[in-house]
Design a protein around this ligand. Structure first.
Ligand code: NAI
Length: 462
């Protein structure tokens, strides 16, 4: 029986980052993964492949819509779907091999197979049982389906099947206007499909700042995505590879049917803990199937910890990574910690959407006295030159102390721009601190500074 200080179960961003940190801190570490390649959902069938398709389809959109105006003449490219899928697979391969290299570099053993925990201190993989002082569960999440909707990954697909379609469909119905539905809906819209999104609520992307939600939906509509809001999908029937989606409008209970070649089910994910043996161990779970942990990622069973999508909090790769590093540091006797108030969220559509901290609605509910600094990308020279003037930066700051409480960006490179605000928030900065920081011209970041200026004396370029 081999023996380790730490065995991490699951090699997604939470698990592999945790394993690397454990090894860096001097712990003998192994990682358990049953897939053929490391990297979990994110690298194999999630964040990374979807970003490859978002990039390629955005390039096509640029060629079709903006090249001529920039003086770039010639026939717009057409879609070679097989090659686009190859490009996507190559991207996955480079990333998963990269993680394998990092495991070797850090002398982390990859225990190949699906792991279970027969008792605290032991992890079983295949026929072998390994000993570990600490076991960290990073088993991630899986697609959660709807009653009446059966995913066959051919006609009715989850995000996994949507990354491997046989061809670009003529018509795609997306169930759910969350992050997955809108990112993948965007991809297929740009590649030429008719896309209709059916959403239960009255606004897209639940939990986001209401002003951003409205602007975002308006922009996506302008790009040709059709929305049916306030509608609960009841069932999907498939006959001869064609689907009929039945939904009911919440306002009057009327029933409607929408035909589709492909139906993408994007109604959320749930924790994945199958086969770990947690029941028998007596590990406490929440009603939502999450592993319950204390403030230090410890489960109810001593020596067993959990991080990432399988515990409470947003299902985001970077949240899992940070928890992975924190638990490694805690086990090494350091003060590992995650600041849950400063976890950015990004939607990688075009334009991108990014947020951190509180929304205006949350501040109102909490009775916080706040001010809003907003700046449109229309006033940003770089954005105008790049046909990217749509959108804005909005910073929310405490009315008395000027401390930044949240930020919401919709516009070019929003997913990168948000990080200067994250760093500022981490340091407890005021909006004035951001606005007194010199920002290079001409950059999109100037819009962030202008929004910070708008919190006080006012922006320069509007
Ligand atoms: P989601 O929770 O973001 O959105 C699901 C949507 O489906 C909600 O708006 C909900 O109201 C709607 N819905 C539920 N039942 C419905 C019904 N019967 N009929 C119509 N609409 C219905 O879930 P999503 O997009 O599947 O994403 C899953 C997780 O993965 C999320 O936690 C997300 O944060 C994460 N993710 C993050 C990404 C990123 O950070 N860029 C990319 C992809 C996923």
């Amino acid at each position: 029986m081999s023996s380790y200080d730490v065995i991490v179960i699951g090699s997604g961003p939470g698990g592999y980052v945790c394993a690397i940190r454990c090894a860096q801190l001097g712990m003998k570490t192994a990682i358990v993964e049953g897939r053929e390649t490391l990297g979990g959902t994110c690298l194999n069938v999630g964040c990374i492949p979807s970003k490859a398709l978002l990039h390629a389809s955005h390039m096509l959109h640029e060629a079709q819509h903006n090249f001529a105006a920039m003086g770039l003449k010639g026939k717009a490219p057409s879609v070679d779907w097989k090659q686009m899928l190859n490009y996507k697979s190559d991207t996955i391969g480079q990333n998963t091999k990269g993680v394998e290299f990092l495991m070797k570099k850090n002398k982390i053993d990859w225990l190949k197979g699906w792991g279970s925990i027969p008792e605290a201190g032991k992890v079983k993989v295949g026929d072998e049982t390994h000993a570990a002082k600490h076991i960290i569960i990073a088993s991630g999440s899986e697609v959660s389906t709807l009653p009446g909707v059966e995913i066959d990954e051919k006609t009715v697909v989850s995000s996994t099947g949507a990354l491997e379609l046989a061809k670009v469909p003529n018509k795609m119905v997306v169930i759910g206007a969350g992050v997955i539905g809108l990112e993948l809906g965007s991809v297929y819209k740009r590649l030429g499909a008719e896309v209709k999104v059916i959403e239960f609520l009255d606004a897209v992307t639940p939990g986001m700042d209401a002003e951003v939600q409205k602007t975002f939906q308006r922009m996506l509509k302008k790009q040709g995505i059709d929305f049916q809001m306030g509608a609960a999908v009841q069932s999907v029937d498939v006959k001869n590879s064609k689907a009929k989606v039945t939904y009911k409008l919440r306002k009057d209970d009327s029933e409607h049917v929408e035909d589709a070649d492909i139906v993408l089910v994007a109604t959320g994910r749930r924790p994945y803990t199958d086969g770990l043996g947690l029941d028998a161990l007596g590990v406490e779970m929440s009603e939502r199937g999450q592993i319950k942990t204390d403030g230090h990622y410890s489960t109810s069973v001593k020596g067993i910890y959990a991080i990432g999508d399988c515990i409470d909090g947003p299902m985001l790769a970077h949240k899992a990574e940070d928890e992975g590093m924190a638990i490694a540091e805690i086990l090494a006797g350091q003060k590992g910690h995650v600041n849950y108030n400063v976890i950015p969220g990004v939607i990688y559509t075009h334009p991108e959407v990014a947020n951190v901290g509180a929304t205006e609605q949350q501040l109102k509910e909490a009775g916080t006295d706040y001010k809003v600094g907003k700046f449109s990308f229309m006033g940003n020279g770089r954005a105008k030159a790049n046909f990217a003037g749509d959108g804005f930066v909005k910073i929310l700051a405490d009315k008395t102390t000027d401390r930044i409480l949240g930020a919401h960006i919709i516009g070019p490179m929003a997913g990168d721009l948000i990080h200067e605000i994250c760093v500022a928030m981490e340091f407890g900065a005021a909006a004035e601190d951001l606005s007194r920081t010199c920002h290079a011209h001409p950059t999109y970041s100037e819009a962030v500074r202008e929004a910070a200026l708008a919190c006080n004396d006012g922006p320069i370029h509007s």
